[in-house]
Design a protein around this ligand. Structure first.
Ligand SMILES: [Zn+2]
Length: 123
């Protein structure tokens, strides 16, 4: 069941941060740390609309990862200015690894929210 009132941008952002369904904004998208629900437990929205649907989220994940790795590399460079830049990048990669599940989740959420905003009734 979909909500009748159109949500504001802040309500959509809040739902995305809370990892809720883009249609009803109540059902959980993820069942565990690394597992998505196939359908929304509240409104029955099929999250993967078609095979290969989440390929678009890979571009978002790439952007998140590149920005984060750049920021971490610059942070390491700032903390350890005499260290070789390659080692700074290596340390940044190690610091980035625990964040990979978060990047994966939010890249999929951003993709699903974008898709649902652009084509709300196509599923
Ligand atoms: Zn839902």
């Amino acid at each position: 069941m979909a909500t009748s009132a159109s949500p504001t941008v802040w309500q959509r952002l809040r739902s995305m941060v809370l990892q809720r369904c883009p249609r009803c904004r109540r059902g959980r998208v993820f069942a565990s740390v690394a597992t998505m629900n196939v359908r929304c437990p509240v409104c029955d929205l099929h999250f993967e609309r078609e095979p290969g649907y989440f390929i678009g989220s890979m571009y978002i994940s790439y952007g998140f990862s590149a920005a984060l790795l750049f920021a971490l590399t610059m942070l390491v460079r700032w903390v350890l200015p005499d260290l070789d830049l390659g080692l700074c990048l290596l340390i940044a990669v190690v610091l980035y690894l625990p964040v990979v599940p978060v990047t994966w989740r939010y890249s999929r959420l951003v993709w699903m929210y974008f898709d649902h905003a652009a084509w709300p009734d196509s599923a």
